[in-house]
Design a protein around this ligand. Sequence first.
Ligand code: SF4
Ligand code: SF4
Length: 196
Amino acid sequence: MKTIKLQNNSLKLVKDVLKDLKASPDLGIYKCVQCGMCTSVCPGASQTEYDPRDMIRRVLEDDETVIDDENIWNCFSCYTCNSICPSGNNASEINQILRQMSIDKGEGIQKIVSFSAYGDSFMELGVGSIPNTFFDVMVKDVGPEYMNLKLNIEDIRADLGLGSYILPEEAINEVESILDNSGFKNRLERIKRCKK
Ligand code: SF4
Ligand code: SF4
């Protein structure tokens, strides 16, 4: 295991992480003892070269190459690391901030282009839902009953005594207006323009 080598004035990256909007006020990154418990429970680490403990070491050592490291995209945001950390640190949160830094640099944006379909679906329906483009993957993962569910969702809801999941047009327009005014729509268009 590598130890952290702190240098004078070498904490720019950790300071940038801590001042990010997504950083919790009590994020315990300075208290990381490099015990590796986060990595031991991390599903991303068990399947790939991703290593949350090492990611944190690199942040503390001001190693900005961690932002461009492909492995940071192998975190599932499951927060198991957060629940087990003895120092109150949150590797998942740090990961999300590093990914945002990568997106802001223009490199990580390719990683999220395919997910823009979720944004389109949100704009179209006014609620979050799995976009049609992911149905094939869902059938592969869940089985044919997934498509059955999607095709008969209104009948299933009616049998359960639930109303339609489709919002009234007025509500959809209101959500669209909020997404437009908050900058969501512009951001979504910017991401879609990056599609290769
Ligand atoms: S579990 Fe917490 S203290 Fe241990 S290496 Fe991970 S972030 Fe650091
Ligand atoms: S949130 Fe990410 S870093 Fe934490 S345990 Fe889950 S996959 Fe690993």
